[in-house]
Design a protein around this ligand. Structure first.
Ligand SMILES: [Mn+2]
Length: 336
């Protein structure tokens, strides 16, 4: 954290121009991705930097009530002559997570533009097994959320967790801990949330914005999917498959599926929830969720994915039902 703080404070050599920073996070951003990247952008701006957010998938509708701290672009070309000194990734467990336009940059060092020759990269994340793909890496798997790390950084720099900065940190804390209920929730997490509330965040208003915003289509989609849930392994595994036509008939999008895997885990006795989404012809995406002691990260990793002990995922080049069969097989085979 000290290195990152020092990097942010540093002025570019021989110029009085502000430091330029591109902040990014993973594709299909969740609450921690949006929360940590927004909050980091606020921190950088408070330190005098000029900042752009690069979000390959844009800001999902569920988070559009939050005020972005700076201009948001969805393609690198939109940055035009904004050549950054620093490129900062947040909540990205590996080099491919920021999206296809930056994969070659992190994997092979290929610059997307010649002017990016001297761009220095920073990776701030809390995923176990993060391969430290950037020039500077600050990875703390013990942290509940990447947003918690940004909160630590802000407080280390004596910046109050208020306004948009507080909202961003709170969003990440709340979503990555399942509203302060998952095993990753620590006293430090709750103290930080309390300080944000002390500094002006209204919990009821925030929750209303964040939760009471479902479309009728989303509600109907969840209803339909709930009817199709299957239990396996004596009721200890719950599974569900969502196909493209589920979305179409309910006028819903894949963003409307956010949180469904965690909901599956609410069934009494279920220790692992496996949710498989059809993503295209022969393409599927898995979300795995588990209760406290049960680690599903290794199963996700077996299929080339990753994540955390209790929340992980993977992608498949198979139709969803076939992919699910493989996952269920692996879960039972490795069950202890
Ligand atoms: Mn996270």
């Amino acid at each position: 954290m000290h290195t990152i703080a020092a990097l942010l404070a540093q002025q570019p050599e021989a110029t009085d121009q502000p430091r330029r920073i591109v902040v990014t996070t993973h594709t299909m951003p969740d609450g921690d991705a949006i929360g940590s990247s927004f909050a980091f952008a606020y921190v950088a701006q408070l330190l005098g930097a000029e900042v752009r957010l690069y979000l390959y998938d844009g800001v999902p509708p569920a988070f559009r009530w939050l005020c972005p701290p700076c201009p948001v672009v969805t393609r690198l070309a939109e940055l035009q002559d904004f050549t950054p000194h620093l490129l900062v990734t947040l909540d990205c467990g590996d080099a491919k997570r920021p999206g296809p336009e930056l994969a070659a940059f992190f994997l092979e060092g290929t610059r997307p533009f010649p002017a990016w020759e001297d761009v220095c990269s920073v990776n701030i994340d809390h995923h176990v097994g993060n391969p430290c793909f950037a020039t500077h890496n600050w990875v703390e798997p013990g942290k509940a959320a990447t947003s918690e790390m940004v909160g630590d950084l802000a407080e280390y720099l004596h910046l109050p967790l208020q306004g948009g900065l507080g909202e961003g940190v709170y969003l990440g804390l709340m979503t990555d801990t399942g509203k302060f209920s998952f095993p990753n929730t620590t006293a430090h997490t709750m103290h930080m949330a309390a300080r944000i509330v002390e500094q002006g965040l209204c919990v009821a208003e925030f929750t209303a914005h964040h939760e009471n915003n479902w479309s009728l289509g989303r509600m109907r989609l969840w209803g339909e999917l709930m009817h199709s849930i299957t239990l396996h392994h004596n009721g200890r595994i719950a599974s569900c498959v969502v196909q493209q036509d589920h979305l179409q008939r309910n006028h819903a999008t894949k963003d409307d599926l956010e949180g469904f895997a965690a909901q599956l885990r609410c069934i009494g006795g279920v220790e692992v929830a496996a949710f498989m989404r059809e993503d295209g012809p022969n393409r599927s995406k898995l979300s795995l969720r588990s209760v406290g002691h049960r680690n599903i990260r290794d199963v996700a990793a077996h299929f080339g994915g990753g994540g955390h002990k209790n929340a992980a995922g993977a992608e498949f080049t198979l139709p969803p039902q076939e992919a699910l069969e493989q996952v269920l097989g692996k879960l039972v085979e490795t069950w202890e």
